[in-house]
Design a protein around this ligand. Structure first.
Ligand code: CP
Length: 305
């Protein structure tokens, strides 16, 4: 399967076979680490928006494969401050690196960067739009924890309107035979463009605002933060902050095998008292980011075919 020079912009660009190929490549790299696979290669890490996991796990992934990392996490220290455009910033980074990983607050910014760049662009999140590498690590985590992705009851909880991770994951799950439970306040429902896609692809799904009505059915509960930074009106955010909180009082309602995932950062959606229960999968999920991102870096630079 050919991934060399490919941009990773949206999970919509992936077929099921391509998704499974990335997961298989990650599994191979996890079982047989190769500390010199990216030797002599440079990754530019351009973060125009805050990040902990995506940036650090990409940088760690590249470093652990023997590659080098350049870039910025504070765009205010770059020539953007002097009025340089995104286009020109990318034209510079392509001179200096073999692959560019970027996060940007504007939807479509990664696609624009891919037009400017002669080296592969990997989208680390563009506005409320897409976060494809998070989706691949989410699928990897589900497959690893459950042994499969098909035939599961998967709940999405929280801010389904602005949460880009659930948008990308919903699209990816249209390739698999799982049932989705979309649990959110009415005002933060999954956008119609995504539920229409579920309808078109005949994916079984239920929309619900009361978590307790469906909690006992779930094999995986994917919790999300209410995305404060994307609300046009801060008063509107206040209405929904803290609307769903998972804690130990809910344990009797969980299936014993329920796994709780979260792209993180969490605010108050998951009480830390759940961290040491067998349900908590979110830290392992974040750790899987390294393996899956190693696979993507190696594939798009042609180091693995
Ligand atoms: N999951 C995720 O994207 O986390 P960061 O915002 O910290 O990168």
């Amino acid at each position: 399967m050919e991934f060399r020079n490919r941009d990773i912009i949206s999970i919509k660009d992936f077929t099921k076979d391509e998704i499974l190929y990335v997961l298989k490549t990650a599994k191979k790299l996890e079982s047989r680490p190769n500390p010199s696979l990216m030797k002599g290669r440079v990754m530019a890490s351009l973060f125009f928006e805050p990040s902990t996991r995506t940036r650090l796990s990409f940088e760690s992934a590249m470093t652990r494969l023997g590659g080098q990392v350049i870039g910025f996490s504070e765009p205010g220290n770059t020539s953007l401050k002097k009025g340089e455009t995104l286009w020109d910033t990318i034209k510079m980074a392509e001179q200096y690196a073999d692959v560019i990983v970027m996060r940007h607050p504007v939807e479509g910014a990664a696609r624009l960067a891919a037009e400017a760049s002669g080296v592969p662009i990997i989208n680390g999140g563009d506005g409320a739009n897409q976060h494809p590498t998070q989706t691949l690590l989410d699928l990897y985590t589900i497959q690893k924890a459950k042994g499969k992705i098909d035939g599961l009851n998967i709940g999405f909880l929280g801010d389904l309107k602005y949460g880009r991770t659930v948008h990308s994951l919903s699209t990816a799950l249209t390739h698999f035979n799982s049932t989705l439970y979309l649990i959110s306040p009415e005002a933060l429902k999954m956008p119609e463009s995504y539920t229409e896609e579920l309808d078109r692809k005949k994916v079984k799904y239920h929309e619900e605002s009361d978590l307790m009505k469906v909690i006992g059915k779930l094999d995986v509960l994917y919790a999300t933060r209410i995305q404060k930074e994307r609300f046009p009106d801060p008063m509107e955010y206040k209405k929904y902050a803290g609307v769903y909180k998972l804690d130990k009082s809910m344990l009797p309602h969980f299936k014993p095998t329920l796994k709780i995932m979260h792209p993180l950062p969490r605010v108050d959606e998951i009480h830390p008292e759940l961290d040491n229960t067998p349900h908590a999968l979110y830290f392992e999920q974040a750790g899987n980011g390294i393996t899956v991102r190693q696979a993507l870096l190696a594939l798009v630079t042609g180091r693995i075919k």
